[in-house]
Design a protein around this ligand. Sequence first.
Ligand SMILES: NC(=O)c1ccc[n+]([C@@H]2O[C@H](COP(=O)([O-])OP(=O)(O)OC[C@H]3O[C@@H](n4cnc5c(N)ncnc54)[C@H](OP(=O)(O)O)[C@@H]3O)[C@@H](O)[C@H]2O)c1
Length: 285
Amino acid sequence: MVLHSLEDTYTLANGVEIPVIGFGTWQTPSGQVAEDSVLAALNAGYRHIDTAAAYGNEESVGNAIKKSGVNRHDLFVTTKLWNKNHGYKQAKAAIDESLQKLGLDYLDLYLIHWPNPVDMRDNWAEMNAESWQAMEEAQRAGKIRALGISNFRKHHIDELMKTAEIKPVVNQNYLNPSDLQPELVAYDDKLGMLNEAYSPLGTGGLLGNDTVNEVAKNHGKSPAQVLIRWSLQHGFLPLPKSVHPEYIKANAEVFDFELSDAEMKQLDSLRGAADLAADPDKTDF
Ligand SMILES: NC(=O)c1ccc[n+]([C@@H]2O[C@H](COP(=O)([O-])OP(=O)(O)OC[C@H]3O[C@@H](n4cnc5c(N)ncnc54)[C@H](OP(=O)(O)O)[C@@H]3O)[C@@H](O)[C@H]2O)c1
């Protein structure tokens, strides 16, 4: 698939189109910083924003969307169910709260943020099933266009699939050259879930890597651009985050070069160059 711009889309298994790069907002402080950076992203042509209730910046994201004047139908907005809001009733309320904070009447994508929060280690499968039921109802009511999961491994996916009437169409995970998670990616592919790549720059940790810098030099591009391009060439949907307008703009300039097979292999071999994906069964939150 040849990609040309930020307006290019992948088609999710339920037919919904999703712009191929999303703008990340984790650790972007709410208020002026979040508003300005999301506005900078929308001005630079991003049409896909990734936020979460846990990021505490949904209101600021909503303000930026309003200020941008971009037509709602041209935008793709994702938010996520936080760990303390699991369960049927709680998830139902959390969806409405996110809609209200974002100032939107529908979400494009809603994800379960983590499969096994520390407070539900004994009954995570039942809790995910309950939350999912609330999410399905919200989709049927027109409040959400697509449902997905995040940080789910095979056993979490298998449990969810036992009761899900609407299947997840996205799995969002830590994916970059430092941790390719090949078995998980293949499993998502097999089940028709798009692999969204969070922390495509290793939360910044891969930007100083020698191999990444060498490949960047070959193309007259920045390390960040190489990592985002790498993600796209794997068929992932990268979610780069920045609060600097010059980085935000540059991170989207990845459609005018191509990494060779040899360069892709070189980058694929960087396991452990930054963090590895967190084990979702062992987090302390
Ligand atoms: N589902 C989940 O559990 C989960 C977990 C983590 C992340 N995510 C999503 O994925 C998004 C991205 O992941 P991430 O926030 O971990 O990090 P990332 O996008 O891998 O890296 C962001 C870091 O790189 C810096 N940066 C960005 N572009 C740069 C450039 N061109 N040159 C130099 N530095 C640059 C940023 O600095 P400045 O901001 O200072 O510019 C920031 O420190 C998140 O924002 C969030 O939306 C989801």
